[in-house]
Design a protein around this ligand. Sequence first.
Ligand SMILES: NC(=O)c1ccc[n+]([C@@H]2O[C@H](COP(=O)([O-])OP(=O)(O)OC[C@H]3O[C@@H](n4cnc5c(N)ncnc54)[C@H](O)[C@@H]3O)[C@@H](O)[C@H]2O)c1
Ligand SMILES: [Zn+2]
Ligand SMILES: [Zn+2]
Length: 364
Amino acid sequence: MKAAVLRKVGEPLTIEDIEILPPGENEVLIRTVASGICHSDYSVAHGVLRSPMPIVLGHEGAGIIEAIGPGVTGLKIGDHVICSLSPSCGVCPMCLEGREYICSEMTKTMSSGSMPDGTTRLRNGKEVIRQLNAIASFAEKMVIPAGSAIKVRDDAPLGTVCLIGCGVTTGTGAAVNTVDIHPGDGVAVIGCGGVGLSILQGARIKGANPLIAVDPVQEKRDLAMSLGATHTIDPFKENLEQRIREITGKGVHFAFEALGTMRTINDAYSILRPTGQAVIVGIPNLKEVYELPVASLFAEKEFRGSVYGSSRPKRDLPLFVDWYMKGDLKLDEMITKRIRLEDVNQAFEEMGRGEGARSVIMYD
Ligand SMILES: NC(=O)c1ccc[n+]([C@@H]2O[C@H](COP(=O)([O-])OP(=O)(O)OC[C@H]3O[C@@H](n4cnc5c(N)ncnc54)[C@H](O)[C@@H]3O)[C@@H](O)[C@H]2O)c1
Ligand SMILES: [Zn+2]
Ligand SMILES: [Zn+2]
């Protein structure tokens, strides 16, 4: 099968013909229908997030189950599924607390580029190829842990709802699960790519007002307005803090950061009202250190992260599909381009320039 392989940081992915092994115990084989391209794929390709190589990237995948490994329950051949970042093992301490989004198996698969047992199902001849997040959706087929295969309704277009596999769940979940937004709370979203626009839509659903989109790219600010923002700010041309105070008076209740740079993390904390919360969703280089002005804690300001939208994937992914089908979550508008696997490097270049919200690789 065809797959896009990262062999060296900073170099283009190579399109290779590789083998995929049959699914092992508690694993499923999926024919990939579509995969979104997330900034985290870009961050691995550029060394911001470190990973073993060679590796097939891609984790915002959706497809149809073609084979089932031993021990799999609740899934069958022909099921339409979205890939979840978390295998939700159900037995680790985090899963037992209902925090499947931070399942201990997920932390393992993320750093090792392998299945939870440390092996992978991809080969090029004798060479072992890793699979990002135990998924690897930049390939025509995927073998993933059964817990990561979330069955969704058959009438949902997989070429669109694949975004729910990462960006939409991460963003919408950050707004509806991680924090408690009340109608009329002021919210700012810094960085309006696939994740940021999903945060924005979650905040809109929760009744945030004003809902302020911050992005230097005009196209993104326009898109944010059409998806429910009440105001936009260009952080390169306007004074962010001053504009936020003009719009909100004292600052925002919630500032979501969705890019992962120290500049935008700092921006998020700087625009809070007393008791406001900065929610860091973007993933910076893991060596970065943030200096927190301690005095600000006495205004009860909070600084926190959000992982995979604090979601319970089996509950939330089908729910977000329903919200899309009802028209509450607008996903088609977030897809700037549908591309072939061969065009993945060009899509990365566009992402680097901040162009387009989401590119989706279509396999049919
Ligand atoms: N926490 C999680 O669980 C999780 C999951 C998935 C992705 N992520 C992270 O979320 C982040 C966003 O991912 P994405 O796919 O939406 O990225 P993206 O590249 O699609 O979007 C980033 C946006 O930031 C904008 N931007 C650039 N400079 C800016 C500035 N100074 N101020 C405001 N906006 C600016 C760009 O124009 C672009 O619109 C990445 O760091 C990604 O790794 C986190
Ligand atoms: Zn992602
Ligand atoms: Zn678990």
